[in-house]
Ligand binder design. Sequence first.
Ligand SMILES: NC(=O)C1=CN([C@@H]2O[C@H](COP(=O)(O)OP(=O)(O)OC[C@H]3O[C@@H](n4cnc5c(N)ncnc54)[C@H](OP(=O)(O)O)[C@@H]3O)[C@@H](O)[C@H]2O)C=CC1
Ligand SMILES: O=C(O)CCC(=O)C(=O)O
Ligand SMILES: [Mg+2]
Length: 428
Amino acid sequence: MEQYKQPQAGERITLQNGELTVPDHPIIPYIEGDGTGPDIWAAARRVLDASVEKAYGSKRKIEWFEIYAGEKAYNKFGEWLPKETLKAIEDYYVAIKGPLTTPVGGGIRSLNVALRQELDLFVCLRPVRYFNGVPSPVKRPEDVDMAIFRENSEDIYAGIEWEAESAEAQKVIQFLREEMGVQKIRFPETSGIGVKPVSKEGTERLVRAAIQYALDHGRKSVTLVHKGNIMKYTEGSFKNWGYDLASREFGDKVFTWRDYDEVKEKHGLEAANQAQKEAEEAGRIIVKDSIADAFLQQILTRPEEYDVIATLNLNGDYISDALAAQVGGIGIAPGANINFETGHAIFEATHGTAPKYAGMDKVNPGSILLSGVLMLEHLGWQEAADRIYHAMDQTISQKKVTYDFARLMEGATELKCSEFATQLIENL
Ligand SMILES: NC(=O)C1=CN([C@@H]2O[C@H](COP(=O)(O)OP(=O)(O)OC[C@H]3O[C@@H](n4cnc5c(N)ncnc54)[C@H](OP(=O)(O)O)[C@@H]3O)[C@@H](O)[C@H]2O)C=CC1
Ligand SMILES: O=C(O)CCC(=O)C(=O)O
Ligand SMILES: [Mg+2]
């Protein structure tokens, strides 16, 4: 880490017996991000620091350590994702990042995805909840309270694809047609090809983390969201492996829809409904499943029926933006990429770099800030986290908001990104 200036003060977070040990002055690496990243990060950092100070005085303080990825890394070191960045996150366990640009249709592959894959941060956890007063396109946004567990290491995001008409694509198509008996590639001469790996191990560690989270957080259900009717051996297997794991590892802590079907088969519908009701009353987690397209309409029409969601990478990407829109948009949707086995985590906004607003001090810093709040909770600094939740509620109720909310609210005062942060600090 010769190129990076590590802070003189502070100590490392360590892992002991599978648990993070967090010193009072932890060193936390951060990546500012591209586009609007510098604006939202500067605002969020001020609020995080102020809240920690307010909650703990001088006893606790985060020692921030800048590390680099994306355009800033390229301009400084000629690399998009320097090895030192990965090493710093490995060494310090917990990091936070702003959004990074990914060009469409060519150029570099996603650095966001690369960070998750290189560090094997297999869960992308995106909690979606409503803050009072936030403008929403739905009638009862307060019914949305879900935690999305998006698989983060495989699926179509593995980046195994070949461009149409390339020698590689032609070779794969030839192999599929001649050796695998594939007859259904409609336009073989001009097809690009993508491969979607989904494994049993990958599914199991994701579903295990989702059920454990549901148990630890007093949640009621875990829904496996898939498109298994069409992609039988990837998304369909995700569902089957998920149910297998739930019964095998969690036993009577869960009641699955497979259990329901079994009771129904043997004793009829009424008995099955009764068995599920008793399981719910006993606090068992209901493990169910939903096909992705139906799920996307049901989260609009019956959001109160869904709680923890476990899903594959691409479904999770769509679902997290769709659900975020229901509770005020991606400007306030937080996220965390976590390896629940090694303890490594990167907290990051759900949205991207919003390039048209870059450098305008305009966009909502809520998403990266609330990702920072998840980070405070992960460190066990709940008092500092709670102050920020409270300040968000207060500030939005006062109708002092950034442009994204102001354009949907009557009588709102539109604040710049930095002014919104100042207002939050006043309300801590
Ligand atoms: N994890 C990451 O780092 C991610 C990176 N990206 C990357 O970001 C780049 C831009 O992607 P794009 O598809 O435009 O998606 P963005 O999420 O960057 O922006 C889409 C729209 O969302 C709204 N928005 C985004 N951020 C905020 C915010 N902080 N406050 C309020 N509104 C916000 C804006 O809406 P409006 O126009 O209505 O004001 C904006 O135009 C791409 O290179 C993409 O690959 C994308 C997603 C995640
Ligand atoms: O990496 C990207 O450019 C997009 C990632 C994304 O959409 C997400 O993290 O939700
Ligand atoms: Mg996305």
